[in-house]
Design a binder for this molecule. Structure first.
Ligand SMILES: NC(=O)c1ccc[n+]([C@@H]2O[C@H](COP(=O)([O-])OP(=O)(O)OC[C@H]3O[C@@H](n4cnc5c(N)ncnc54)[C@H](OP(=O)(O)O)[C@@H]3O)[C@@H](O)[C@H]2O)c1
Length: 320
């Protein structure tokens, strides 16, 4: 059995997720089936999902230890540079699928095992560290804007809590798609950086110059009422997360009077990831990267994400 370095959940800590993180040796993951391959990971990125896992959300004691990480770019056994699509068919899971680091060991390691069909070619022109931002947060934002949000020509978008990985992706992609994008952030410095991406940045809860057609919600309780109030008639409020709490009060009068759609979404399809990779390569859209941290300092990367101060993605360089 080959041993490799990895960052994994060794226990759960609901209050202090960083205390549940272990960086050390783990066995290289086995192949549950013949069509699985092992990818040598070159770059990965962190998601809030990794902090939820350390808190024990979505994982049970019997699944520990679990290598964290959903995103990876690396080299397949034939030497091809590949992007790993992180959603796997998972019989027994009520969703029918799971994301790497839930039922199957994740990407924050020297190597990760996945079905061969989960490998997509790394497009020319995209670096490994940039592409490592795309399979989870950016894919989620892409599907929120397009397939679920159905954002059309001339329409506008509101992104809540714009410092986060999904949120900065939604801002950058919304602007690249030619939409009018508004974004809230609690932090004045982040609002300046959002404005530099081409969006109109406002304080949380502020009245917008217009009602919007699509709302990108990953914050939940802290922002949901503002999302409802900011929505134009027939708007789509697309929900992919609830970082501040999943039980907001919902004013149903506004939902029916304005004929709003509240749509849940999770990740995206392999075709959507292929579209996103092509869109970024062709339109020279590059992920908003907060920091690139060498794997030798992966615990610092988790601390950075946990601090709430991030603007964009925290990337891990596995070659360093
Ligand atoms: N369903 C899916 O497929 C999917 C995929 C990816 C992520 N998610 C979910 O989406 C959420 C965001 O993920 P992420 O990786 O983008 O997270 P992240 O990068 O950690 O997002 C942090 C951002 O959340 C905002 N925020 C946090 N607490 C807040 C509060 N109390 N009030 C207002 N804003 C607050 C902050 O924005 P400001 O500092 O700018 O205010 C912060 O920059 C997570 O809950 C995650 O689980 C879901």
């Amino acid at each position: 059995m080959r041993i490799m370095r990895a960052a994994f959940a060794s226990r759960f800590d609901a209050d202090n997720p960083l205390a549940a993180l272990t960086v050390g040796d783990r066995p290289e993951p086995a192949h549950p089936d013949d069509d699985w391959v092992t990818v040598q990971v070159r770059a990965s990125s962190l998601n809030h999902h990794d902090l939820w896992s350390l808190r024990g959300v979505g994982l049970a004691d019997g699944q520990l230890p679990m290598i964290l990480g959903c995103d990876a770019v690396g080299t397949d056994p034939d030497g091809n540079e590949v992007v790993v699509y992180p959603v796997l068919p998972t019989p027994g899971d009520p969703r029918g699928v799971s994301i790497l680091s839930e039922h199957y060991q994740g990407t924050l390691a020297e190597r990760v095992a996945v079905p061969r069909m989960n490998l997509l070619p790394l497009p020319t022109g995209l670096s490994a560290t940039d592409a490592a931002c795309l399979p989870t947060a950016w894919l989620t934002a892409w599907r929120m804007l397009t397939t679920r949000g159905r954002v059309a020509d001339g329409e506008s978008v509101l992104v809540q809590g714009a410092g986060g990985g999904v949120a900065t992706a939604a801002v950058a992609l919304g602007v690249a798609l030619g939409k009018r994008v508004y974004a809230t952030s609690r932090d004045a410095g982040k609002r300046e950086r959002i404005a530099a991406l081409g969006a109109t940045a406002v304080e949380p809860g502020a009245r917008l110059p217009e009602r919007v057609d699509v709302v990108i919600e990953t914050i939940g309780a802290a922002t949901f009422d503002h999302s409802l109030k900011s929505a134009a008639p027939l708007a789509r409020i697309v929900v992919a997360g609830a970082t501040s709490g999943h039980l907001p009060a919902v004013n149903l009068r506004r939902v029916f009077a304005m004929q709003l759609e509240i749509l849940g979404t999770s990740m995206g399809t392999p075709d959507e990831l292929t579209e996103l990779l092509a869109f970024c390569a062709e339109h020279e859209v590059r992920p908003v990267v907060d920091s690139v941290v060498p794997f030798s300092r992966v615990a610092d990367a988790f601390a950075r994400l946990h601090s709430g101060g991030v603007f964009g993605k925290v990337v891990v360089d596995h070659t360093a």
